[in-house]
Design a protein around this ligand. Structure first.
Ligand code: ADP
Length: 240
């Protein structure tokens, strides 16, 4: 699923959150939106998701204009900073959730759901947690379960908002490597928001650097780091 963002603008009152943003993301790419706090990263992610509507501009998925479409029609999976797992449900029930709430017509059988949940738990290497409750898992494990849950409905793309933000440094480092490996296996088009350069460098195929609602630079990690395009990027990346 490719994503095309064309001349997107968004204001909150007088505040310009996105200033004529243009961005094309290729199918299967893992893209980092990197920038300081308040630079518009989350707003852009939410507009791609359909959780927020742009004031102007066009969003296309696979070249189809989906600008006005509601979030429920867009087929995206989400992972947020604070893993919103259901506390009263087991890990299996959490992962199955998106499938069990489908309209009857589209809902897989119980056996199919169970098989799928097993496969997803294997994929995130947490099969042994199936019957536990979220409170019995570590933060990193919970975030991997959140990812399995997002993948259960076979999303066309995965959007991650500071997915490692709430975790300590060691767990973050592990999860970064793990997300990279997972993406190499499943190749779902993914966009993740981070303000952490190391995270973007280590995980992403592509880095989009934002500042004050604008895209300052866009390229592979090597391109962005070897050739900081302008004084902002140079400064932000720490005088590489
Ligand atoms: P980032 O993810 O880069 O930190 P955001 O996209 O979250 O930046 O926000 C950009 C700016 O827009 C922030 O300064 C924030 O205060 C403002 N903003 C975001 N959402 C809203 C909203 N719903 N209402 C008012 N202001 C908002």
């Amino acid at each position: 699923m490719s994503i095309s963002i064309e001349q997107v603008n968004k204001r909150f009152g007088n505040f310009v959150a996105l200033d004529n943003v243009n961005l094309a993301i290729k199918t299967g790419e893992l893209t980092a939106l990197l920038g300081p706090s308040g630079s518009g990263k989350t707003t852009l992610l939410r507009i791609i998701a359909g959780l927020e509507q742009a004031d102007s501009g066009i969003i296309r998925f696979n070249n189809e204009d989906i600008t006005g479409q509601h979030v429920s029609e867009r087929g995206v999976g989400f992972v947020f900073q604070h893993y919103a797992l259901f506390k009263h449900m087991t890990v299996s029930e959490n992962v199955a959730y998106g499938l069990t709430v489908k309209p009857k017509k589209f809902r897989p059988s119980k056996a199919e759901i169970a098989k799928k949940v097993n496969n997803l738990l294997e994929l995130v290497q947490l099969g042994w947690t199936a019957d536990r409750y979220p409170s019995q898992l570590s933060g990193g494990q919970r975030q991997r379960i959140a990812l399995a849950r997002a993948l259960a409905v076979e999303p066309k793309m995965l959007l991650l908002d500071e997915p490692f933000g709430a975790l300590d440094a060691k767990v973050r480092a592990e999860l970064r490597r793990w997300l990279r490996r997972l993406h190499d296996e499943i190749h779902v088009t993914s966009v993740f928001v981070t303000h952490d350069q190391e995270e973007a460098l280590e995980v992403a195929d592509r880095i989009v650097v934002m500042n004050k609602g604008r895209i300052e630079q866009d390229g592979t990690p090597e391109q962005v780091y070897d050739n900081p395009a302008n004084p902002f990027v140079y400064e932000f990346l720490g005088n590489v």
